[in-house]
Design a protein around this ligand. Structure first.
Ligand code: ADE
Length: 363
């Protein structure tokens, strides 16, 4: 992802995209402490009830009967816990977890060495699996289906192709872009699970749990305020909690209440539903410059000096989810709720919008 400043018509302040307080992707500086807040077992895991109920059955059966767990595919927006789930599954199976990603497995040799390092019933997690190259992907098929990999012994003209038998293992694939996954790869997974944005009650439980682990005193209004502004995404909740803690340490007695949390998050430019300056700039362009739309994504991107992919991946999913924008065949439109959020009077033609009912939308 490029580190690029975006210019914003309505607000003078500029934001480094990678440093957004509400970025759903993990920031490079927060890996260690985000990991320390991760649940490690089914018992500790909050939310995603349907997925978790099914996983618990599958994992328990595999463990009790000594069977290898099926290959599973997890889809959903970033930050909802796909890597966390892989850790939980491996922990519950008592298996070793190997973590890699589509871009990291950039040639066949890397795939072969990853596969041949696995032991019986190990779990291999491939994040961003839609980014595997076609050649690597084709070589993954026999490994998934028959636990076999074709490899070469020796080098140059004397190299000999051999088929190696692999131990039985479980592949967990994760993708933020289900639509970019090839049908043959998708079909080789026994089950597909769609992770959803978390409900408010689950977000509150996650904030409470993380505050407990951090030894942070917080009252119920503080919990509600942070949960409400975290875009249904645990990773964001944990990040906002830590940022609010700094305000509590410097400007209060180290504890968090509703007033302190609201004021800290306002100053971090995260508004009462979790929108930041980039989201608001996007909405303002549609509402004010393009009269509510419909407007094409390229025109919005040009107005914001932002990349189209950034808007599609990090801004639009959440605005669609909470019903502030809608997509039409002719482009993006601001809904009546979108206008109201910006303090503007919606024109009569503005659609009413409405949330997708907690369904994490994928593109
Ligand atoms: N921290 C991050 N994600 C979590 C989850 N789903 N449950 C509990 N704690 C979490």
């Amino acid at each position: 992802m490029t580190r690029k400043k975006h210019t914003e018509p309505a607000v003078a302040e500029r934001v480094e995209f990678d440093e957004r307080a509400v970025a759903a992707r993990e920031l490079s500086t927060e890996k260690a402490w985000q990991a320390s807040l991760r649940p490690k077992t089914f018992e500790e895991y909050i939310g995603q009830k349907e997925v978790m109920d099914n996983l618990r059955i599958a994992v328990t059966a595999a463990r009790e009967k000594g069977r290898t767990l099926d290959h599973f595919l997890f889809a959903g927006p970033p930050g909802l816990g796909k890597t966390t789930l892989a850790h939980v599954i491996a922990e519950e199976l008592g298996a070793t977890l190997h973590i890699s990603s589509g871009p990291a497995i950039d040639h066949f040799g890397r795939l072969a060495s990853l596969l041949t390092s696995l032991a019986e019933n190990d779990v291999l997690f491939i994040d961003e699996i839609h980014r595997l190259t076609p050649i690597v992907e084709e070589n993954l098929y026999p490994a998934m289906e028959d636990f076999k990999v074709d490899t070469f012994i020796g080098e140059g003209p004397h190299a000999k192709a051999v088929t190696m038998q692999l131990p039985r293992f479980t592949l967990l694939g994760a993708t933020t872009r289900m639509g970019m996954l090839s049908a043959p790869l998708r079909d080789r997974f026994g089950f597909h699970w769609q992770l959803r944005y978390y409900e408010q009650a689950d977000m509150e439980s996650i904030v409470r749990r993380s505050a407990g682990l951090l030894g942070l005193p917080i009252d119920e209004r503080g919990v509600t305020e942070i949960a409400r502004r975290s875009r249904g995404t645990p990773r964001i909740a944990n990040r906002l909690l830590r940022r609010v803690r700094d305000f509590a340490d410097v400007e209060h007695d180290g504890s968090i209440n509703g007033v302190l949390a609201a004021s800290a998050l306002d100053r971090l430019a995260v508004d009462h539903v979790g929108l930041d300056t980039l989201d608001r700039a996007y909405l303002s362009v549609i509402c004010e410059r393009f009269d509510g739309g419909p407007v094409g994504i390229e025109a919005i991107a040009a107005s914001l000096s932002e990349e189209r992919g950034t808007l599609e991946e990090v801004v639009e999913p959440f605005l669609l989810q909470i019903g502030l924008i809608a997509r039409s065949p002719r482009g993006r439109v601001a809904t009546a709720a979108g206008f109201q959020h910006m303090g503007l009077v919606p024109p009569p033609k503005a659609p009413s919008g409405g949330s997708t009912g907690g369904q994490g939308r994928l593109f």
